[in-house]
Design a protein around this ligand. Structure first.
Ligand code: HEM
Length: 527
């Protein structure tokens, strides 16, 4: 007798028939095979075992940071020049050559600390990672919505992330752990002043900026190099939320930013960002009070005016979240001819970390997935095999030759550039040193002074709220730092915590810190 729940196709039902991955038709998807109606299941139950064992493997490790995110697709359009100055004067990267030249892109927005299903209302930097599928291969510009970062040396990254992630015992994000680390790491002050202001909770992904944060280089046809920093400005404008606004949104929806992006693109309201580039000559710039390779600093716009070089337009959301968002893989090492690294100590560490984690998270052949492939370039390698090989990369004419060099039809090397790179010559002993011009407080103070009153009020409120959950010695150290950032900020947060400047005057600078004359003057006035 046939079970009622598996009645086969109804008359007039023309839908496609369900199969398994071997192409076998599934004629009963409700009942597994058993010996008799109430008897034990059998081990040769292929269809059931395939279904359940694939399900058991549906999840891959989530990203160790930036786990929650969404991806959209579109194009980058180059302006070709700013004013009468062609971009090719500074970079030979093909995607920038010629007005109106278009390149396909993918852009993944994300939050950093929470897991894959966490709230998009969190106070957290937002990721802004762009993949350009250029004719010379892929270029990834992996940025955030805030212009600076917490630390300036990659060796500290696991520590800063551990401090920000949930407590290993309570699994709760604990302000005491965060500010314990931050109060011992004054280079993070500039980032904290941004993160605890309303900019720390963008209203959604469409109304946020993007920044490359690290310093890169551009290289022109002659091999001349300049240092560059990248900024993305949303044509939609920048909008932020206070903690109270965010709590309101979160009460109803934890994925509001993804929803907003899908809805906007769905109704044809395509979001756009303009790409601006700041440049400086490729040297140490001893005249500046910061190091151009320090990612806790911004470059003053008056001295280094941002130049618009193109825009990005997003016109498609993912067709499948797992294939195109979960598995998409960005990295700072993914550069094309005409773009280069600087010696920024964060950038070097990042560049190792991304492809390393992706070989673990997605698998060694992650670059064969459609969303990661260099789809507008031709890929020909002698890399072969490995877990989940989907196809063999194209080789030379002779399929037997998967090595180089060969005289029997294998691949050959490309042509050497006709010139040497013209960047600065670098000599030195192997050493472990912090950079000399740390200047941890000045730009943080300038940022505070530039804020509108309501932003300053929100910043003071957020610091006070979080620090009130910390132990007294940590509160005191943070007030000490905030007084060095700007008297008014330190005093206001101190008042909220019942800590006066005199209470913290006895604290010493950290051994790992260099203070400027201006910092010392502020320090002398504390008591
Ligand atoms: C994602 C490492 C600093 C922006 C990641 C991932 C790792 C990582 C391991 C996960 C990648 C994946 O699973 O696919 C590091 C290290 C850093 C660093 C070691 C410092 C040494 C930064 C900075 C920025 C940044 C300064 C901002 C400019 C991002 C973004 C993503 C990401 C946007 C998400 C990319 C995506 O959407 O898939 N980072 N990161 N990271 N990181 Fe970093």
């Amino acid at each position: 007798m046939t079970d009622v729940s598996s009645q086969g196709p109804q008359k007039g039902d023309n839908r496609e028939v369900l199969t398994n991955r071997q192409g076998h038709q599934v004629y009963d998807n409700q009942n597994q095979r058993t010996v008799g109606e109430r008897g034990p299941a059998t081990l040769e139950n292929y269809q059931f075992l395939e279904k359940i064992s694939h399900f058991d493997r549906e999840r891959i490790p989530e990203r160790v940071v930036h786990a929650r995110g969404t991806t959209a697709f579109g194009y980058f359009e180059s302006y070709g020049a700013w004013g009468d100055e062609p971009i090719e004067r500074y970079t030979r990267a093909k995607l920038f050559q010629g007005k109106g030249k278009r390149t396909d892109v993918a852009l993944r927005f994300s939050t950093v600390i929470g897991g894959r299903d966490s709230s998009e209302c969190a106070r957290d930097p937002r990721g802004f990672a762009v993949k350009f599928y250029t004719e010379d291969g892929n270029w990834d510009l992996v940025g955030n919505n805030l212009a600076v970062f917490f630390i300036r040396d990659a060796i500290k990254f696991p520590d800063v992330i551990h401090a920000l992630k949930p407590d290993p015992v309570t699994f709760r994000q604990e302000p005491n752990r965060i500010f314990d680390f931050m109060s011992q790491t004054p280079e993070c002050l500039h980032m904290l002043v941004n993160l605890f202001s309303p900019r720390g909770i963008p209203s959604d992904y469409r109304h946020q900026q993007g920044f490359g944060v690290n310093t890169y280089k551009w290289v022109n046809q002659d091999g001349d190099t300049v240092l560059v920093k990248y900024t993305w400005m949303p044509k939609q404008g920048v909008r932020s939320m206070t903690a109270a606004d965010a709590a309101n949104v979160q009460a109803h929806e934890t994925g509001h930013a993804t929803k907003d992006l899908h809805e906007a693109i769905g109704r044809g309201d395509y979001p756009e960002w303009e790409l601006l580039v700041q440049m400086m000559s490729d040297d140490e710039h001893p005249e500046l009070d910061f190091d151009p390779l320090d990612d806790t600093k911004t470059w003053p716009e008056n001295d280094f005016p941002p130049k618009p070089v193109g825009k990005i337009v997003l016109n498609r959301t993912v067709s499948d979240n797992f294939a195109e968002n979960e598995q998409i893989s960005f990295g700072t090492g993914v550069l094309v001819d005409g773009l280069d690294f600087s010696d920024d100590k964060m950038l070097v560490g990042r560049t190792f970390s991304y492809s390393d984690t992706q070989r673990y998270r997605v698998g060694p052949n992650y670059l064969q997935l459609p969303v990661n492939q260099a789809k507008n370039a031709s890929v020909r390698t002698n890399q072969r095999d490995g877990l989940m090989t989907y196809h063999q990369d194209k080789g030379g004419e002779n399929p037997h030759v998967n090595y180089e060099p060969s005289i029997t039809g294998g691949l050959r090397e490309g042509q050497f550039p006709t010139h040497d790179e013209q960047g600065p010559e670098i000599r030195g002993r192997l050493t472990r040193k912090r950079i000399a011009r740390t200047n941890d407080y000045k730009q943080a103070g300038q940022r505070y002074l530039l804020m509108e009153d309501w932003e300053r009020d929100d910043l003071v409120h957020n610091f006070t709220d979080q620090l009130s959950q910390c132990e007294r010695p940590i509160q005191e150290r943070m007030v000490w730092h905030l007084l060095l950032v700007e008297d008014d900020l330190g005093k206001r947060v101190g008042e909220g915590l019942g800590i006066s400047p005199q209470d913290v005057a006895h604290l010493e600078p950290l051994a790992s810190q260099t203070l400027t004359d201006e910092d010392r003057e502020r320090l002398a006035n504390l008591g």
